[in-house]
Each structure stands twice: as structure tokens, then as C-alpha cells.
Design a protein. Structure first.
Lengths: 184, 166
């Protein structure tokens, strides 16, 4: 995601809905993707996306332009998704059943050639706890640096590194147990 | 470096492109001579890098903006504005709680001190002053009266004010 122009942010902060729509168009995809990767359910991801943008609109006047809007938005997105997961009593490791697998298998025909890959990502993420999942999504899906993840999650860089290490150990073990999906 | 340290590097700094030049050469030297770590790296790449390389971004349903807009327009209504104002007011009083408490104590102390001076001390001083003058006038008249009666009570005029009037 590219950083947005300051004047767009300022107009939106003053309540300009047109400017805010511009922000939405620019950021909706990544907000929805992060939410979907975190919660594994489309309905929840849709609601999280709505909640994130309502929260951004409400709090944009408090946004300090010294920090990156991107980092701020990631933080709101991850926190909203985490709260939703906690509210749904799914804080601990979630194992996907067949029904949930369908939730994360995307019906769009153009994506069918890639369905194993998407299912695999969903499976790998499902074996992690929420903190680890947030780190992996921001690093492996969104491509954030350790520093950006640390700022987004309000943790230090060593914590980011250790969470990623543990998460990757778990995902590697998980992958080994289930075999290579590409051989199916 | 031990195999454990090498494998930790593979899962973190190597995978995320954060290795220093010296770490990179140490890792390559170790991998050249260690089959187990080479296999570990190959498995890690297959399980952790390749799947995410193929992962995509997804868009929310087309009606999402409409729903958000609806909620934002509700937020712009007077009810929500009032709610926002009340929230700000509450935050204003909640955040500097200690400072607010101290300021309140100081204000109350100043107010009590002001009230004490205006309502208690000033009237008391006035009463004392009036009593003082009344006593003096009474003494003076009593002196005049005793003088007219011709009684010899000069020895009784002992107070300072009586001597002054005399």
C-alpha cells in the first residue's frame, strides 16, 4: 500500500466523505485481506472492514501526521480483528474443519487454479495463535519490515523476531505432518 | 555456529533478508558442509515461503462502501455529535484526574479563605471597633457626669483612654 497524500487525509479528517472514499478505495483491499487472513471467515472479515473504516473516520482528527498512516491503519485493522476473534471465543489455536476450509476457498472462478495455495495458506495460519498470526500476516502477506510490524503491533523488534521464529517452526511442523499438497 | 543457531537464522533473518554480510557467509559455509541444515532450509522454503508467494489480496464485497457510508452519515447526525462531545468532555475530566483534584482543592481553599475574610473577620473587626468607640463614649459621659456631681473620684480614672481625655 502506498502512503496517501496528506491533503486527502486532512480533508477526510475534516469530515469530507469524498476524500474518505478515496482512502477507502486505496486501502480496502489490504484491510479486508488482513482481516480475512486473521479470522478465516468472509462475514467476519466484511464486518471488520466496516468497523475499521468507521473507526478510522472517527479518529482521523486525532491522527498525528508524524507517524505513517499505513502503520496506523495496520494497527487499527489488527486490533479490530484481534478483538473480533476474542469476542468470538477463538483466541486459542483454531483448527479448520471442512466447513471453514470452504470459507477460505475462494469461489471466484479465476482463482481456481490457485486454490491449493490459498487453502494451504489458510491451513498454515490456522495452526498459530493470534499474536503469531498477526506477525506472519503482516510479514509474509503484506511484506512489512520488522520495524513496521513492531510499530503496528506496539511491540519491540525482538518480540517480532521471536514470534515469527516460533510461528514458522509450528507451520513447518504442520506442513510436514500433512504432507505436500502439491503432490495431491 | 551450531546447527540450532543456523536453523534459527534460516527461519528469521535469512528468510526475511536481514542477514549481515558476515552472517551470510557463515551461513553459506555451514550449509556447504551440513546436509541436515541444507534439508532444513529446503523444507522451510517449501513450507513457509512458496505458499505465501502465491497468496493474493482480496477485495471486500462491492456493497461494503455503501454500508460504511451509511454508518458514517449516522455518525454525522446530531445524536452522534452530542455523543462525541460528551465523550470528549468525559476524557477531558478523566485524563488529568490528579491535576483536576489538586486544582479543586486549591480553589476550595481559596474560596473558604475569601469567605472567612469577608463574612467572619471583617464583621468581627467592625463589631470590635464599634464596641471600642461605644465604650469610650460611655466612659467619657460617665466622667462628665461624675465631675458635675462634684464627687472626688479622680483616683478612679486609671485607664489610658481616660487619661487621654483628661
Amino acid at each position: 500500500m502506498q502512503e496517501l497524500a496528506v491533503d486527502v487525509l486532512e480533508k477526510a479528517a475534516q469530515g469530507d466523505l469524498k476524500a474518505f472514499e478515496h482512502i477507502y478505495k486505496d486501502c480496502a483491499s489490504f484491510v479486508y485481506t488482513v482481516a480475512l487472513r486473521m479470522v478465516h471467515k468472509r462475514e467476519d472479515a466484511q464486518e471488520i472492514t466496516q468497523d475499521v473504516f468507521v473507526s478510522v473516520y472517527k479518529n482521523l482528527k486525532h491522527f498525528e501526521f508524524r507517524s505513517s498512516f499505513k502503520t496506523w491503519l495496520y494497527r487499527i485493522t489488527v486490533n479490530t480483528a484481534l478483538n473480533r476473534c476474542k469476542r468470538n471465543h477463538r483466541q486459542k489455536t483454531v483448527t479448520l474443519d471442512d466447513h471453514q476450509m470452504q470459507e477460505v476457498s475462494f469461489e471466484n472462478p479465476s482463482l481456481k487454479s490457485n486454490v491449493i495455495g490459498e487453502d494451504l495458506v489458510a491451513h498454515l495460519l490456522s495452526c498459530l495463535n493470534l499474536d503469531q498470526r498477526a506477525c506472519v500476516v503482516l510479514r509474509n502477506v503484506e511484506g512489512l519490515s520488522y520495524e513496521e510490524i513492531a510499530k503496528s503491533l506496539n511491540i519491540n523488534i525482538n518480540t517480532v523476531r521471536s514470534r515469527l521464529k516460533r510461528a514458522r517452526e509450528q507451520m513447518k511442523d504442520f506442513f510436514k505432518k500433512r504432507g505436500d499438497p502439491y503432490d495431491m | 555456529m551450531t546447527c540450532k543457531e543456523i536453523q534459527e537464522l534460516i527461519l528469521t533473518d535469512d528468510m526475511d533478508g536481514r542477514l549481515s554480510v558476515s552472517q551470510k557467509s557463515a551461513l553459506e559455509a555451514h550449509l556447504a558442509s551440513c546436509t541436515a541444515c541444507r534439508e532444513f532450509k529446503a523444507q522451510a522454503m517449501q513450507a513457509l515461503v512458496d505458499p505465501f508467494r502465491q497468496s493474493q489480496h482480496f477485495d471486500p464485497s462491492p456493497d461494503t462502501w455503501g454500508k460504511i457510508k451509511e454508518r458514517l452519515e449516522e455518525k454525522n447526525s446530531w445524536g452522534y455529535r452530542l455523543e462525541g462531545f460528551l465523550e470528549s468532555a468525559r476524557d477531558f475530566f478523566k485524563v488529568p484526574r490528579l491535576a483536576f483534584a489538586l486544582a479543586s482543592i486549591i480553589l476550595v481553599a481559596l474560596f473558604v479563605s475569601f469567605l472567612g475574610k469577608t463574612l467572619i473577620l471583617k464583621p468581627l473587626a467592625k463589631v470590635q471597633q464599634e464596641t471600642f468607640y461605644a465604650n469610650n463614649v460611655a466612659s467619657y459621659f460617665s466622667f462628665l457626669q461624675s465631675d458635675q456631681e462634684g464627687t472626688d473620684q479622680e483616683e478612679g480614672f486609671g485607664s489610658g483612654i481616660e487619661k487621654y481625655f483628661l
